[in-house]
Design a protein around this ligand. Sequence first.
Ligand SMILES: Cc1cc2nc3c(=O)[nH]c(=O)nc-3n(C[C@H](O)[C@H](O)[C@H](O)COP(=O)(O)OP(=O)(O)OC[C@H]3O[C@@H](n4cnc5c(N)ncnc54)[C@H](O)[C@@H]3O)c2cc1C
Length: 405
Amino acid sequence: MRNASEVGDLCTGCGTCTALCPPRALEMRVNEKKGVYEPVLTGECNDCGVCLRVCPGLGVDFRKLNMEIFGREPDDILLGNYEACYVAHSTDEKLRYDSSSGGMVTQVLLYLLEEGLIDGALVTRMNPEKPLEPEPFIARTPEEIIEARGSKYCPVPANVALREIIEVPGRYAVVGLPCHIQGIRKAELLNRKLRERIVYHLGIVCNHAPSFKATEFLLGMLGVEPGDVKGIRYRGGGWPGGLRVETEDGEILLLPEYWGSGFGQLFMPDRCQMCPDHMAELSDMSFADPWLREFNGETQGKTLMVTRKNPKILDKIRKKGLCEVESIEPSRVLLSQLYNIYMKKKVNMIGENIYNAEFPPIDPMDRLIAIIRPRNTKMPRKLTLKYFTFYAILASLKARMDFFR
Ligand SMILES: Cc1cc2nc3c(=O)[nH]c(=O)nc-3n(C[C@H](O)[C@H](O)[C@H](O)COP(=O)(O)OP(=O)(O)OC[C@H]3O[C@@H](n4cnc5c(N)ncnc54)[C@H](O)[C@@H]3O)c2cc1C
C-alpha cells in the first residue's frame, strides 16, 4: 500500500495492515481533517500486497469466513451464526459498576487468564501519557485487563497489537469491534501463527466508532481544552453511565448518557455507514448493552451476550461464582439493537444482501419500538446540553427516516 488513498474512504482504521506488513513500512496516524486513523507509508514498501489482502475495509467474504469459522452459513442473517443468547453480569460489583455494561468482557478475560487458558489478551486502554489517545496492547496481568475496561467511543487501531501475537508465542484472546474482528479473521487466513495463537475472539457489538471530532465536541461542551485533560473515561459509573473527564487541575466533569441522544450519529465516520456487521458476527462471543424496556430501571449494569463458539466457557465462569447468567430469547437481543442492525443490513450500501438472503419480516410493533429508541435517554439539565440534545435528536430523526422508507 503506497498510501491510504489506495483504500480511500473504505479504510476502517483497524490497523491490521500495519501489524501484518512484512517490511514494517506502515504506521497508523490520525488524519486530522477526518478525525480517524489511517495507515501511512513510513518505510520501504516491497509491493507484496499483504496489507491489501488482510484489509477488512476493501471487503469481507462473510460466506467464506462463516464456513471457515462455524462450518456453515449463518443461522440468522441479522444475528449471524449463534449458539444461544444470555443476559449476564460480573459478580464483582466494582468491576460491574466501572465497566460499560455488566463487565462481562473483562470478566471473561480475567477467567481465561487466571485459568491459564490464555497468556495475554489484546485490549485497549487510554494512553496514560497521552490521555486522549487510545492504546491497544497485549494485557498479561489481571490488573492490565481491568485497566482496559470500558468502551472507547473514538477511533481505535486495535489490530496494531497483532504484531506482538505474531512475535511472541502463546495463546491469546482478542477484543475488538466488528471491523477489528473481520481484519483478524482475514489475517488468520494468511498467517498461521495468528490462526493458532488466537484462541478466543470477543466481539463488541457496534453501530459505529465516533471520530475524534466527537471527543473534541464533548470537551467543548464541558469547556475543557484538550491539553488540560488528565484522564477520560467514555463509559462507567453504573449503567448506562457517562463521560468522565479529569482535568490537570484535579476537577472532575461528568456528562451523563450523552450518546443516548443520537449524538454519535453526528460524528459517524463514512466507513461505519457502509458496514453490514453490527453484531460482530465473526467473533466467538458478542457483547452488547441491554437496550430493552425490561432493563430501564437498571443502574449497575448487565451485558447481553451472543455465544457463537466455545459456549461452555460461560457456564464454567458461572459455576465459579464469577458471574450471574440468564438465558434470553434471541429475538429480544435482536430487538435491543433492531434499528441499528436493520440500518446496517438493509439500508447500508455494502450491507445489502451480504448473504444473498431475504430479510425476515419484522413485526410492525417491534419496528416502532426500534424507531423510538433510545428510551433510556434522560434529558441533560444544563441549557447548553439541551441545545446539543435538540440538534442530536434532529440528526437522529433524519437517519431514522431512512428506516421508515
Ligand atoms: C465504539 C463502540 C460502539 C458500540 N456500539 C454499541 C451498540 O450500538 N449497541 C450496543 O448494545 N453496544 C454497543 N457497544 C458495546 C458496549 O458499549 C459494551 O462494550 C458492551 O456492552 C460490553 O460491555 P462490558 O461491560 O462487558 O465491557 P467491559 O468489561 O467494559 O470491556 C470492554 C472491552 O472492550 C475493549 N474496547 C473498548 N472500546 C474499544 C474500541 N473502541 N475498540 C476495541 N476495543 C475496545 C476494552 O479494551 C475492554 O476490553 C459499543 C462499544 C463501542 C466501543
